[in-house]
Ligand binder design. Structure first.
Ligand SMILES: NC(=O)c1ccc[n+]([C@@H]2O[C@H](COP(=O)([O-])OP(=O)(O)OC[C@H]3O[C@@H](n4cnc5c(N)ncnc54)[C@H](O)[C@@H]3O)[C@@H](O)[C@H]2O)c1
Length: 320
């Protein structure tokens, strides 16, 4: 299978390049940024700005992928600071990629959505069909992406599949989302022995370890179409409070983790679900997380404490 990944240089994209390549798929990587260190040589690298609609059509037409994995986006915290860029990348960029698939005859598109499609005040855990009334610009653009994708599925014959990811934890530098505090607790906790989190200790959002998220993408892409009852799926793994996460990290590393809430980022966190109901993903394509909080903490800390050459492929890549 040949896959074109947009946003390939990011936190998820770097891991997906390796995962697809490891199972024998051909990867065409595309990003605003140049080839990341550690990307497999076999992955052809293209500079692509998804805000340029002609460039999206041109790349899809030239490379003829079996599927596009559309990851390019401006994440939540940055989107609030750079609204115009967020509109152009997240809303127009997704529209351009969908239209490029239609014009180039690409039959499949995977879209990285987010728990941010949901707004405050919902009964917990939040299910797939809960109202999507986000209060962040990032969330608004993710709802638009889901709806545009479903439109292309209904009217243009596209096989559109999407996952609403929780906050993802890996040892790569995160891309200015609002769940980044969880990643920094590990990275700073191990490297410097201390971290001051920008959230309240009782902040609770859904989180997931990256290997589970990567496996979910592969499993949903591979799932037989006749077993999927919907295009867009919640997936869940764990929902610790920030304090519970800090305690687990401190117990394993001795790190001193403190809390100093930042009002803007706390407001985003408070608008998101605390926990997700992922029963449709479990029923339709057999989704199950493999990592709980303890298993994730054990592996993350071990990776971060290992010398660079011992760290698994894909986790050692430097911040862009
Ligand atoms: N990381 C998470 O916790 C998380 C959670 C939920 C959803 N997601 C979604 O998953 C996707 C990937 O997230 P990530 O964490 O890897 O993000 P990231 O910020 O690490 O990577 C995004 C990539 O998009 C690229 N990009 C930005 N503007 C672009 C443009 N105009 N044209 C082409 N590329 C451009 C960036 O250079 C970057 O490499 C995003 O759509 C994000 O919304 C991520």
């Amino acid at each position: 299978m040949r896959l074109l990944i947009t946003g390939a240089a990011g936190q998820i994209g770097q891991e997906l390049i390796h995962a697809f390549h490891a199972r024998g798929d051909e990867v065409v990587a595309a990003d605003l940024r140049p080839r990341v260190a550690g990307a497999p040589d076999e992955a052809a690298w293209h500079t692509l700005d998804v805000t340029d609609s002609a460039a999206c059509v041109d790349l899809c037409t030239r490379t003829r992928p079996d599927a596009v994995v559309h990851l390019a986006a401006i994440l939540s915290a940055r989107a609030e600071e750079e609204r115009e860029t967020a509109y152009r990348v997240n809303e127009a960029g997704t529209r351009h990629v969908l239209e490029a698939c239609r014009r180039a005859g690409v039959p499949n598109l995977f879209f990285a959505s987010s728990i941010a499609v949901f707004g405050p005040g919902l009964p917990q855990p939040v299910g797939d069909d809960a109202p999507t009334r986000p209060t962040t610009l990032y969330g608004v653009t993710k709802v638009i992406g889901e709806m545009l994708g479903e439109y292309h599925a209904q009217h243009c014959g596209l096989d559109f599949r999407a996952i609403r990811f929780p906050g993802l934890i890996s040892d790569a530098e995160p891309g200015r989302g609002t769940s980044d505090y969880a990643v920094h607790m590990f990275r700073q906790g191990v490297r410097t022995g201390r971290y001051e989190a920008y959230c309240r200790p009782d902040t609770r959002i859904p989180l997931m370890y990256m290997p589970d998220a990567v496996r979910a993408v592969l499993e949903l892409i591979d799932a037989p179409k006749n077993e999927l009852r919907r295009c867009v799926y919640n997936i869940a793994a764990m929902s610790p409070t920030a304090q519970e996460l800090a305690i687990v990290i401190a117990a394993r590393t001795g790190a001193k983790i403190t809390f100093k809430p930042d009002p803007a980022r706390q407001a985003i966190l408070d608008s998101w679900p605390q926990s997700l109901d992922d029963r449709h993903a479990r029923e339709d394509w057999g989704w199950r997380p493999r990592y709980d909080l303890d298993a994730m903490a054990k592996e993350m800390i071990s990776h971060l404490q290992s010398p660079p050459e011992a760290i698994r492929v894909g986790a050692k890549l430097p911040a862009a």
